[in-house]
Design a protein. Structure first.
Length: 432
């Protein structure tokens, strides 16, 4: 297929496409697709630095809010890709502060307030219409979210663009009532979200899902035959850095600490401290941009056992992972949060599988990522706090187990997440 034969694909996302972030599933999947055939509409204040896509249109939440009082304020515009993000715009800084607060205080009143502000704001604009009409996409690709404003945006794009093909991607549980807590407010939220999701799925020609458990429930719920697509990370000829365990054993965690993940890691640190009573035998480095309270920081940053670092660029994350002995994956063990991730499949997992390192996964056994790692024998797993200490003790006393699981994880990655196979499958969805 020549470049001129490729269909033009418009993609909507919440964040900008950035090479500094690990949350880059679409840009990774579309790597190798002609950039001039790709455009992206996104809804955060940051600027894109990915060269995978040729055109970007940004709708900023701050301007959407301001437009309530000033309807003539421009809320969206086409932005140029930057070569490197050296300085974060003040608008993005203030936006991050707001989202950090929402992440720490996940109160429904704040979520409803944001939805009301988006509903009242003037994000439907002549600039947005002009961008859609000028690009004139053949395919519209979007991920289905629990954010009502984003789902409404996608519905609007579909109605304006009238593409030949609409492709919806589900990578979280946004359509069942199996999430917890089962409060009245949570059920009202889910009722509204489900109505939006059903409408978007009904208007889509192809549905993508992120893992087998998601596919099973999605297909049953919507009567579709979805296609499983994960973030690709490996080729069959991958030659990752050799594994040579160090002393003390070094664990690395990189990523968000929201929805109770900090509590799981705090429990791990507490058990590690017992192992380290007579000297440091195992150490945890935490890399995260999540804002922490003083009590959270104290629980996670324990001298001689663990250290909390701030956010680092994605390439630096990869270097830290390659320098680790164990890569840590966690979800909250408490019922309050564990079903938030019940059908998800973190991009972190596929990144980990490419590193030729032992993976330690701590979380409920019945959520999709934990079940996958267990079934594939790709990680050492703990499903309760009581299992953490004996697992750590076993690793420290028998370090060869790390090499065994590193090999098993890499084999899983090569078997199930080949770049060539997944990208071909994904590109085939877009081009046929």
């Amino acid at each position: 297929m020549t470049q001129s034969d490729y269909p033009k694909v418009l993609v909507s996302t919440i964040p900008a496409w950035s090479q500094r972030s690990g949350a880059n599933t679409f840009s990774t999947l579309l790597s190798g697709y002609p950039a001039e055939k790709l455009a992206n509409i996104y809804t955060r204040a940051g600027l894109p630095d990915s060269d995978v896509c040729s055109r970007y249109f940004r709708i900023t939440e701050n301007n959407v809010i301001r437009s309530i009082l000033n309807p003539r304020l421009q809320t969206g515009s086409e932005v140029a890709r930057v070569e490197a993000i050296n300085n974060t715009p003040e608008e993005a800084v203030s936006e991050k502060r707001r989202y950090d607060f929402f992440s720490r205080h996940r109160w429904a009143i704040f979520l409803w307030l944001r939805e009301l502000l988006w509903k009242s704001g003037h994000w439907k604009s002549k600039e947005l219409d002009r961008f859609i009409e000028d690009f004139n996409p053949d395919v519209f690709l979007f991920h289905v979210e629990s954010y009502w404003y984003f789902n409404r945006l996608n519905q609007y794009i579909i109605s304006k663009a009238k593409p030949k093909k609409v492709v919806a991607f589900l990578w979280d549980d946004n359509f069942t009532y199996r999430q917890k807590p089962y409060s009245l407010i949570a059920r009202i939220n889910r009722f509204i979200t489900r109505k939006q999701v059903k409408k978007l799925i009904a208007g889509s020609d192809t549905v993508l899902t992120i893992c087998p458990k998601m596919k099973q429930e999605c297909d049953k719920e919507f009567g579709v035959n979805s296609i499983i697509i994960t973030k690709p990370v490996l080729d069959s000829n991958t030659n990752p850095k050799a594994y040579d365990p160090s002393k003390p054993i070094r664990i690395v965690y990189s990523g968000s600490l929201v929805i109770g993940r900090d509590k799981t890691i705090a429990a791990l640190v507490k058990e590690m401290s017992k192992i380290n009573r007579n000297g440091t035998r195992i150490f945890l480095d935490i890399y995260s941009g999540t804002s922490l309270s003083k009590s959270q920081y104290k629980a996670l940053n324990v001298p001689g056992t663990s250290c909390v670092h701030g956010h680092i660029p994605q390439q630096s994350v990869f270097r830290e992972q390659e320098a680790a002995d164990i890569l840590l994956f966690v979800e909250h063990l408490d019922n309050r949060f564990n079903n938030v991730a019940r059908l998800s499949f973190s991009t972190k997992i596929t990144d980990y599988l490419s590193r030729n390192r032992c993976i330690l996964a701590i979380g409920p056994k019945d959520i999709a990522p934990m079940a996958y790692l267990k079934n594939e024998n790709a990680a050492i797993t703990c499903n309760s706090v009581s299992e953490i200490y004996p697992t750590l003790h076993s690793i420290v006393e028998n370090p060869d187990i790390m090499r065994t699981y590193a090999e098993s994880a890499l084999a899983c990655g090569i078997r199930n997440h080949s770049q060539i196979e997944i990208r071909n499958r994904f590109h085939n969805v877009l081009t046929h």
